[in-house]
Write a new protein. Sequence first.
Length: 96
Amino acid sequence: MDTTYFGRTFGVMVFKDSITGKILFKQYVKYETNNLYLSGIKEITRRGISIQSIVCDGRKGLFQLFNDIPVQMCQFHQIQIVTRYLTRKPKKRRFY
């Protein structure tokens, strides 16, 4: 699950099945909030779909929101966080 923005206040929150590639639920949002993610998961389960796990970005509080579902941060967002603290162009240093 993730939200993609088109402009500052228009986004699409998408919940996708990683096995089939099918979109399970989507909604248009102004802002990404944990409550919107929670309501999306509730809607999916209300439709009778069983959720085995969730892969999402590292948004604060999102991991604690789902007590009975395993949650993992996606690899892309992990790389983005590490890259924020490191550089892709390190300076070479000579040691004598």
